[in-house]
Design a protein. Structure first.
Length: 246
């Protein structure tokens, strides 16, 4: 005999559907591509069209506000809003993501960097684009203090990565203000170190313009410095100095 349930009976809630492959892999990677694209696009345009009288202030504010904006968007619900390979490495090392997502995230960020730089080239004049090397990091030249530039990238990337790890990843120190905090950290880093290394902090930001403008002078600095800074930041969260926060 079939049992008829009354309308006021409490039915057992349906079990949550596990995420499919699209939601687990493609969707987060697409979010990383889109977010990195617009961050690099806005950043490159601010450098290419920078008014000389504005100095470092214009690109500093634009990069800081751009990164705060893209982090604040719903991308964070899809991918966590990394948009930066050192962030991804550090977040993985601190338990914020699975290892099998690290390479796809970084690849997506590099693709976004190239797309953003290409969009900037399409928008700006040929003269300004050529003069600024497509917003590639062209500050370092033979005779520059390369050691100081590398150290600056290490230290400044370490600082902003610490803000990300403690503001967005660690469960005991998370803050809804993390987009504002990261944006402010980017601004102060560019204002402080812009004349030393250009203040990259993000290999995807360096890689895209280097591809589009074919400018590779001292490009390795903007991989070695930020990556090392991100790894140091991850280590600082794990050593006893911050053990009580983990």
């Amino acid at each position: 005999m079939r049992t008829v349930k009354h309308q006021n009976d409490k039915s057992t809630p349906a079990p949550a559907r596990p995420p499919n492959k699209f939601e687990k892999l493609f969707q987060p990677c697409l979010a990383e591509v889109v977010g990195t694209t617009f961050f690099v696009f806005i950043g490159c345009v601010s450098v290419i069209e920078n008014v000389e009288s504005a100095g470092r202030l214009q690109p500093a504010l634009v990069h800081g506000l751009a990164v705060a904006n893209v982090i604040s968007l719903s991308f964070c619900l899809c991918s966590g809003s990394h948009f930066n390979p050192p962030f991804t490495l550090a977040i993985y090392l601190c338990g914020g993501m699975e290892m099998n997502m690290v390479a796809p995230y970084i690849a997506s960020q590099l693709v976004g960097g190239v797309l953003g730089a290409a969009m900037a080239k399409m928008m700006t004049s040929r003269e300004n684009f050529a003069k600024a090397h497509g917003a590639a990091f062209a500050l370092l030249q033979p005779g520059s203090e390369i050691g100081g530039a590398v150290f600056g990238e290490v230290a400044m990337t370490c600082l902003v990565t610490m803000v990300v790890l403690l503001g967005a990843v660690n469960t005991k120190t998370r803050s809804p203000l993390v987009p504002f905090m990261v944006g402010c950290t980017v601004v102060i880093n560019i204002l402080a170190g812009g004349d030393v290394s250009g203040t990259c902090l993000n290999p995807a930001r360096a890689f895209g313009p280097a591809i589009v403008s074919n400018y590779w002078g001292y490009h390795w600095v903007y991989w070695v410095g930020p990556t090392t800074g991100g790894l140091i930041a991850a280590a600082l969260v794990r050593i006893p100095m911050f053990l009580y926060l983990v």
